[in-house]
Design a protein around this ligand. Structure first.
Ligand SMILES: [Zn+2]
Ligand SMILES: [Zn+2]
Length: 666
């Protein structure tokens, strides 16, 4: 279906072409996300004219990213090189590995995506929702399958163990050698689903020779072996058996093994199960359909009917383990859930640990639930959660089996990468053979070298709740301004011949200030007067017709900017300012204002404006020296230049609101 055009260039062409430093005949590995963070894992493999993707995940917003739903990597590099994309490999179905795919498919096609059955089933749902099913072909793989991607890559899927079922490590054969890409893993010798880590294949590749290992660094700081997933079974069993009333459990829906054990325990303890939260319902339905969980149909009871059963015979399994504000358990903790209210006899179990960044919302949720009288079981030491990522000894075992020549720690924050590199050195990998890289860095590998090439563009793209709207840096900044300092709206009535025709109306929302409203409207008046006196010539243009061409948006911006500077100077606040101008007919009587109320000690006209008549200006000083400059001459009022008919009375809303500027003038 897709012709791999241009490949007769073979490996002489690297596609980048931006500079002469691209190493010929080198394998290029470029993570676009997943480094110096946990999340949005997205990795590019390139050789010659072939480009292959491994995973494409999302990350969740940090504090201050108001109204941002998900964080995606910047994919400019992929958009620029989309003709060379030969296919994608998916290691497993966690959101930080597949959550970006449906979004990216809106921007570029991917000829084929190979991945495990469960991950692709979950991906299908997301792709249907996004309407991008026709943008790619999904191909399910089984353990030890080998697929060819482009001319230069073949990828073997090696079964591994992780908190998600049906997860794989990869052995990627390339012209320069074999790469082991671990994906997320731990060594769990008693996996819940009986699917063992295929260590024999890792050892096989280790024997044959592994050029480079890219390994999961999540728990690089934690000594020892990661306990097996099964180890939480007895503790969960004990807490469920001891519960007097209802049992409420929260965990990640995608922690398939954990959910499977919880269902098993519900059955064992004679409790019916209700599921709450969209992802919990979706993932469990998919996992049961595909046979990753075995639970009888009559174990499940809809939430509306479970109230008819005695509390001792019920278990509610729900989302909200990260304190996400809209998830079921968070809403219950705030008393905002339509079907479930907390009872003092409830036992609530957090079978998950907070992702860094979520800790505060999790502890707040725990507090609220405790205040409602419930028994809450959470945190380390309760034996109710283990990680899905290997600890130091797991990481050593991976290094021991694969015996790589070169090593690149991935999937982790910076300190984890550093820790992991020390572990590798302790295993005999020379420091010179290890690279610690960042998103956008290019690892160039040949049979006998590893080095960093020139980086490619990498960054973040923020999506709102619709997952279509991009929250750009300007929008985010405005939201931060709103959250921190509130908003001021200002309505100015200005005639088309440049006269203030009515007193400005000022409204404050969320602004903390010692200034009284009278003072604020006086300042607004001064700004408007100043703009009319000093800017009107540039902002209105007599085009010869009956109506002058007035840049109302420009007028608004000038007023906003001036008021913003004054508020910063006088009150040290930086609210968002929105100025609306209502045009009035030419010849409207001028509102005289209260210019006499206070001497105008405003400095001279500002500079640095694109349209400013520089000859008449002095630099506008920074706040500190404002007073010194107060004697600067003001311009004479601008004569109204237009003969006009009545202008539209529609207020014009500024299309854009000025962003904050740095303190100094110009
Ligand atoms: Zn994972
Ligand atoms: Zn992951």
């Amino acid at each position: 279906m897709t012709s791999f055009n241009g490949s007769n260039n073979g490996n002489m062409h690297n596609g980048n072409g931006a500079n002469g430093k691209v190493k010929q005949n080198a394998l290029r590995v470029i993570p676009l996300g997943g480094l110096h963070e946990i999340g949005k894992n997205t990795c590019v493999f390139e050789y010659g004219d072939d480009l292959m993707l491994v995973d494409a995940g999302l990350a969740f917003p940090s504090d201050g990213m108001h109204g941002v739903n998900v964080v995606m990597p910047d994919t400019s590099y992929l958009k620029e090189n989309q003709k060379r994309i030969r296919g994608m490999i998916v290691t497993h179905g966690h959101e930080d590995h597949i959550g970006g795919i449906a979004h990216h498919l809106k921007n570029f096609n991917i000829p084929v995506i190979y991945g495990p059955r469960l991950a692709l089933a979950m991906l299908t749902g997301k792709m249907e929702e996004a309407g991008v099913m026709d943008r790619t072909t999904l191909q399910t793989v089984a353990p030890r399958d080998v697929v060819k991607v482009g001319q230069h890559f073949s990828v073997e899927f090696i079964r591994n163990t992780h908190s998600m079922a049906d997860s794989f490590s990869l052995a990627i054969t390339t012209p320069v050698g074999t790469i082991i890409f671990t994906g997320d893993f731990k060594f769990d010798h008693t996996p819940v689903d009986g699917e063992h880590f295929d260590m024999a294949r890792l050892a096989h590749h280790g024997e044959q020779g592994v050029l480079c290992l890219f390994s999961d660094s999540t728990n690089a700081e934690v000594p020892g072996f990661c306990p097996p997933e099964r180890s939480v079974f007895p503790s969960l069993d004990r807490h469920i058996a001891q519960a007097e009333g209802r049992v409420i459990i929260t965990t990640f829906a995608s922690s398939i093994h954990r959910v499977a054990m919880i269902l098993e325990l519900a059955l064992k303890n004679g409790r019916k199960v209700s599921l709450l939260g969209r992802s919990m319902l979706n993932v469990i339905a998919k996992a049961r359909e595909l046979g990753y969980m075995r639970a009888p149909d009559d174990l499940f009871v809809p939430i509306k009917q479970i109230r008819d059963l005695p509390d001792r015979e019920t278990l509610l399994l729900m989302t909200g383990s990260q304190g996400e504000p809209l998830a079921a358990l968070s809403r219950i903790s705030r008393g905002e859930h339509p079907q479930v209210q907390v009872k003092p006899s409830d036992t609530i179990i957090f079978s998950a640990s907070p992702i860094p960044g979520n800790t505060i919302s999790v502890v707040n949720t725990v507090d609220r639930l405790m205040m409602l009288g419930a028994k809450v079981i959470y945190g380390k030491g309760e034996g109710i959660h283990v990680s899905g990522h290997g600890f130091q000894e797991d990481q050593k075992l991976m290094l021991a089996l694969t015996k790589p020549k070169y090593f690149v720690p991935v999937h982790g924050e910076h300190r984890m990468l550093v820790c992991h590199s020390k572990t590798a050195q302790s295993m005999g990998v020379p420091a010179d053979n290890i690279l610690i890289i960042d998103n956008g860095d290019v690892v160039e590998l040949t049979a006998d070298s590893i080095s960093k090439g020139d980086p490619v563009k990498a960054g973040i793209e923020l999506l709102d709740a619709s997952r279509n709207g991009i929250v750009d840096a300007r929008v985010l900044k405005e939201r931060q301004q709103l959250a921190e300092d509130g908003v001021i709206t200002l309505l100015a009535v200005i005639s088309t011949d440049g006269v203030m025709a009515a007193p400005p109306r000022v409204n404050l929302r969320g602004v903390v200030t010692t200034a009284d409203p009278r003072k604020l409207s006086l300042w607004a008046e001064r700004e408007i007067t100043w703009v009319l006196e000093n800017r009107w010539n540039q902002l209105s243009r007599n085009t010869g017709g009956k109506t002058p061409d007035i840049d109302w948006v420009g007028v608004q911006r000038e007023v906003e900017l001036g008021l913003q500077r004054r508020l910063r100077r006088e009150l040290q606040v930086e609210p968002l300012i929105i100025c609306l101008v209502q045009p009035a007919p030419a010849g409207s009587p001028a509102y005289k204002g209260r210019a006499d109320a206070e001497p105008d000690n405003r400095p001279a006209p500002r500079n640095g404006r694109r349209d400013a008549p520089r000859a008449q200006q002095q630099p506008r000083p920074a706040a500190a020296s404002a007073a010194a400059a107060s004697a600067a001459p003001r311009q004479a009022p601008v004569a109204a230049s237009a003969s006009v008919t009545a202008a539209a009375a529609e207020p014009e809303l500024a299309g854009r609101v000025r962003r904050r500027r740095s303190g100094a003038a110009g």
